[in-house]
Write a protein that binds this ligand. Structure first.
Ligand code: DGL
Length: 267
């Protein structure tokens, strides 16, 4: 089945998920949408994130996608369940795969979760993790400054190390042995996070786990693209093509060609 997989995010962060899909499913065609005009989602209400996500899903369906990956943790937390009830193609988010991996990885039963304010407020990681194992204790913390730090390119920078230590001090005090990077941008500063948390704390990257789950799903449903053709990648945004393209080039293993602007409000 050579129809593309639709991947969407509030902006550029979901490219970390697209990157994992490209690596783990190199035969699949992708259509990526980044809602760069309306980012961030991480401080918005459920109603707003749901409305935006529904518009994006309608847009992706015009591209005849065979499955959808909600690459944004906030949209996975606030919109995925409602959308899944309304469409008849498979749709997966990043939260469940990340929660599952956290439960499989922890030895002490103390798991930390970091994400946007809206993801943390939703409590969704706690719910999924405790559904899988009610003996696990979850400590969550919103880290709103991480997104702008990454978007400013301050990946290896003293400022980032300072903010990491300020946000994550309490994770150390709770003695977590697993920390879920519950936001698209956080895997890009994983070195700074690792430096502060130490080697004994395992970092879970939901992007990686999601690509793995997507592969399993496509195999199970007989939906893998077996055409053997070189994959095609299409990129769409709601604003700011140039900054999207330069960020995408720094994240993806391939050069990002044409990126088109879509009037997402019209969907
Ligand atoms: N993509 C968002 C997430 O993973 C982070 C950026 C935003 O706040 O929109 O939660």
């Amino acid at each position: 089945m050579d129809n593309p997989i639709g991947v969407f995010d509030s902006g550029v962060g979901g490219l970390t998920v697209a990157r994992e899909i490209m690596r783990q499913l190199p035969g699949e065609n992708l259509v990526y949408f980044g809602d760069t005009a309306r980012v961030p989602y991480g401080s918005k209400s459920k109603n707003t994130v749901l409305k935006y996500s529904k518009q994006i899903v309608r847009f992706l369906q015009t591209k005849k996608v065979k499955a959808i990956v909600v690459a944004c943790n906030t949209a996975s937390a606030l919109a995925l369940d409602d959308i899944a009830k309304e469409i008849d193609i498979p749709i997966i988010g990043v939260v469940k795969p990340g929660a599952k991996m956290a439960v499989e990885t922890t030895k002490t039963g103390n798991v930390g979760v970091i994400g946007t304010a809206s993801t943390v407020k939703s409590g969704i990681y706690n719910d999924y993790i405790r559904e899988l194992n009610s003996d696990v204790t979850v400590v969550s913390k919103a880290c709103p400054l991480f997104v702008p730090l990454v978007e400013e390119g301050l990946i290896e920078d003293r400022v980032t190390d300072d903010i990491v230590s300020r946000y994550l001090q309490e994770m150390k005090e709770y003695n977590v042995d697993v920390l879920v990077l519950g936001c698209t941008h956080y895997p890009l500063i994983r070195n700074a996070i690792k430096r502060f948390m130490g080697d004994e704390v395992q970092l879970v990257n939901p992007a990686f786990e999601t690509a793995k789950d997507l592969k399993e799903l496509l195999v199970k449903e007989g939906m893998l693209n077996k055409s053997g053709a070189k994959p095609s990648y299409e990129y769409y945004v709601s604003d700011g093509v140039e900054s999207f393209m330069s960020f995408a080039d720094s994240v993806l293993p391939v050069h990002v060609g044409d990126t088109q602007v879509i009037d997402i409000e019209s969907f």
